[in-house]
Design a protein around this ligand. Structure first.
Ligand SMILES: [Zn+2]
Ligand SMILES: [Zn+2]
Ligand SMILES: [Zn+2]
Length: 288
């Protein structure tokens, strides 16, 4: 059986860590210490034996993420076979521009996107230049319709509620020959979704969930009100999923610069780990 590897290549909220124009404790540490930096949330599915890979979300950090991945898996010079997009926010699609004329000048990279996202990429500049010049070939994907990426791997989009200014937002099921992964980097609230997060995670072997904010206190520290922040809090997610940690590996990703769990010395980080939850880290990999 061909080996299928899911590699975590970014774990930060859209703007990354350090966050622009921020000098909070975490951002200062990230400016000073490269090991503390985090790139925007993204995943890669790699078939090392066949020397092919697929990308989930094209972040503003794409060029660094690509280089690290290509060097790690001896894929130098080999572009991704496809890109699946969750939605049209800063951390999730601007990396497509690196495929254009000013940079790589790619030819016909399949980009899998929802109906509104496809239209955005075809009609609105500068994205429309990528489609007109044939750098990318946008293909429409639909809620709960599985896409066969290679014979042993499917990726299935699932609608989730999120501030959808320009596009719909997807979570993805990524299923290999042995394991099922559920990936949801952005969602407004678990209770606004037509699916039950506990039941969904119960079906997965591994979950990579929206961990943007830790708690109401975390938000107070950056002067924001929870009611206007469209993300579930990690504290609520842990309460909902506490009984699953023995059977499902649950990781938090898409971490905001302000999140106290970024600091491994913090009590909240120890508590999270004691409860059986995990923080996603770049270069973590899972054999699917
Ligand atoms: Zn995001
Ligand atoms: Zn900061
Ligand atoms: Zn978003």
């Amino acid at each position: 059986m061909t080996e299928v590897v899911l590699s975590i290549i970014g774990t930060a909220q859209d703007a990354g860590l350090p966050h622009p124009n921020c000098f909070c404790k975490n951002c200062r540490e990230a400016i000073r210490n490269p090991k503390f930096r985090r790139l925007a949330a993204s995943l890669a599915v790699i078939l090392p034996d066949e020397q092919v890979w697929h990308l989930i979300d094209a972040t503003p950090d794409l060029k660094e993420q690509m280089a690290r991945l290509q060097m790690k898996y001896q894929l130098e010079g080999k572009l991704m076979k496809s890109i699946f997009l969750t939605h049209a926010h800063l951390g999730h699609y601007p990396g497509l521009l690196f495929l254009g004329r000013e940079a790589i000048g790619a030819r016909g990279i399949p980009v899998m996107a929802g109906t509104k996202m496809k239209q955005l990429l075809e009609v609105q500049a500068p994205w429309s230049q990528l489609t007109k010049l044939g750098n990318i070939d946008v293909q429409e994907i639909q809620d709960r319709k599985a896409v066969q990426v290679v014979p042993s791997v499917t990726i299935t989009p699932v609608y989730v509620p999120h501030r959808n200014e320009f596009s719909e937002t997807f979570a993805f099921w990524i299923e290999g020959p042995n394991k099922k992964v559920f990936y949801v980097p952005d969602i407004d609230r678990w209770n606004e979704w037509d699916q039950d997060i506990f039941a969904v995670c119960k079906k997965a072997d591994i979950c990579l969930l929206d961990g943007t904010f830790h708690s109401v206190k975390d938000l107070e520290n950056i002067g924001r009100d929870y009611r206007e922040i469209p993300h579930p809090l990690m504290t609520e997610t842990m309460d909902r999923l506490q009984d699953l940690t023995e059977q499902t590996e649950i990781y938090f990703t898409h971490l905001n610069h302000s999140n106290p769990v970024l600091d491994t010395e913090q009590q909240v980080r120890h508590e999270l780990e004691a409860k059986g939850f995990h923080i996603a880290e770049e270069e973590m990999e899972f054999k699917l």
